[in-house]
Design a protein around this ligand. Sequence first.
Ligand code: PMP
Length: 361
Amino acid sequence: MTIYNFAAGPATMPAEVIQQIKADLPSYNDSGMSIMEISHRSALFEDVFQKAQQDMRDLLKIPDNYQILFFQGGCTLQFTAAPLNLANKYHKIALLDSGHWADRAGDEAKRVGVKVDVLDSTKADHYTKLPVLESLPADTYDYLHITTNNTIEGTAYTNLPETGMTELVGDMSSNFMGQAYDVKKFGAIMAGAQKNLGIAGLTVVIVRNDLIGKVKDLPSMVDYQLFAKKESMFNTPPVFAIYAAGLVLQWLKDQGGIAEMERRNRQKSGLLYDFLDNSDLFTAPVFKADRSLTNVVFVTGNPEIDQRLVAQAADNGLVNIKGHRSVGGMRASLYNAMPYEGVEKLVDFLTKFEKDYRGLH
Ligand code: PMP
């Protein structure tokens, strides 16, 4: 039975990439050594590293005045690193509270002494829609932090908030490379790799040159300037995760790039949302205009039915559709590597489940 993995992250990877890893694993490029065994300073790895960065720059059309930095520590560490590096003038940031990860980002900023003003929150609506930026006073905040895609709650920004002269910082972890955004609109972007860029252990930061190097003597492992200067090799980088990301980036190029990924993600999520909107049993609670292309949240309203559904889905090869504990219900993550057939299978299964349920009630 084919398994379709709808996990939110670590998440499904392109089958071709897994095959390539399998082929490469014992001896990378006929070196007689596994990629896991070679030095991060070797010519072999240098090629992997440079190609991954260049492919990312090409795919996302990252201008030359932006750095691409590779960190460890997950996106969570960037909730600390971003304010440490970037909140250096007003020591104050603005936040749109769109859910769990935005809230976490605010929390971590406060821990390093940065003031956080929540300009809008949709908590009262259970985060079923996105907060809106009404106005942003100039010369007040170092930046506005947003979560472009809310992995848990299933919302995503299609139109970015207009921040005027204030920098925009985006946590793009769960729709990085899956939805096309204009990098130039951001001062900085952060994203964990384990959803759309491969495996856990690597976090990407894309940051405009003029924003870094303003704070002296930051702890080395969160210092954007130091990582830029050392080309992300200040210490041993996550070699295997960078190699895997490189394969995913090549796969993305082969598939037609980010616009094509977004088209497919719209098609996949559209298929599922259309089904849910026409169902008498299931509801997609997220406000239509704010719906995520990569994380589709749905409920029946009855936790017992949800539980039964999640178990039956798994029996049918449709695994990891249980919703996050804070939201309940179900969540199907439809990242780039999820094929259209997987979503078709899910919709077929949900259709049958609903029919059977109706037959019993
Ligand atoms: N931001 C978002 C939007 C996420 O989905 C996640 C992880 N699911 C994180 C941040 C935290 O990432 P990490 O676990 O890599 O620290």
